[in-house]
Design a protein around this ligand. Structure first.
Ligand SMILES: [Zn+2]
Length: 177
């Protein structure tokens, strides 16, 4: 397994179209290795999610550590989500902080649906459905956006909250009280 190079904002791979994966291809060595490498890469860089276009692969696949804390704490086994379809549940929209391995050291507040259901294939090619809310729903929406060439900056209502990581830590990071 290896750590992959992560494309940064401005690299055309982040804006390119992606293709769905067939079940047989998912089970093949190439995609299985890509998934392993993406999980290693996400872990290495303390991300909570990583989508294939971020590692220069134009396929509809992402990995995510949905049990991670918002600061990328230790998590259980990351999930692999292939060919996702998001169904928004309800009309609640919440704004919260996001970051992205392709936009290093920047944070911004992004509105997202609070509650979603995602239908997708797992790494064995089996269908699954997952209902998620709040942080998990946010991660899934952020990563699915990557498969459509969309970055979190595109989703911000205003750039007023755009913040460097140091300033985020000093002034905006949530504290437990
Ligand atoms: Zn991202």
């Amino acid at each position: 397994m290896s750590i992959l190079k992560v494309a940064r904002m401005g690299h055309p791979a982040l804006r390119a179209t992606t293709r769905a994966l067939e079940k047989s291809e998912i089970r093949g060595a190439v995609i299985q290795r890509l998934i392993d490498d993406m999980i290693d890469t996400m872990t290495e860089y303390h991300g909570v999610g990583l989508a294939a276009p971020q590692v220069h692969e134009g396929v509809r696949l992402f990995v995510a550590a949905l049990d991670a804390g918002e600061d990328g704490d230790e998590a259980s086994e990351p999930v692999t989500v292939i060919n996702p379809e998001i169904i928004i549940a309800g009309s609640d929209v919440v704004e919260d902080w996001e970051g992205c391995l392709s936009i290093p050291d920047i944070r911004g507040r992004v509105p997202r649906a609070r509650q979603i259901t995602v239908r997708a294939l797992d790494r064995t090619g089996s269908r699954f459905e997952l209902s998620a809310q709040d942080f998990q729903a946010r991660v899934i929406q952020h990563e699915t956006d990557h498969l459509d060439g969309v970055l979190f900056l595109d989703r911000m209502k205003s750039l007023e909250s755009l913040t460097f990581l140091d300033e985020y830590s000093r002034y905006w990071r949530k504290t437990d009280d």
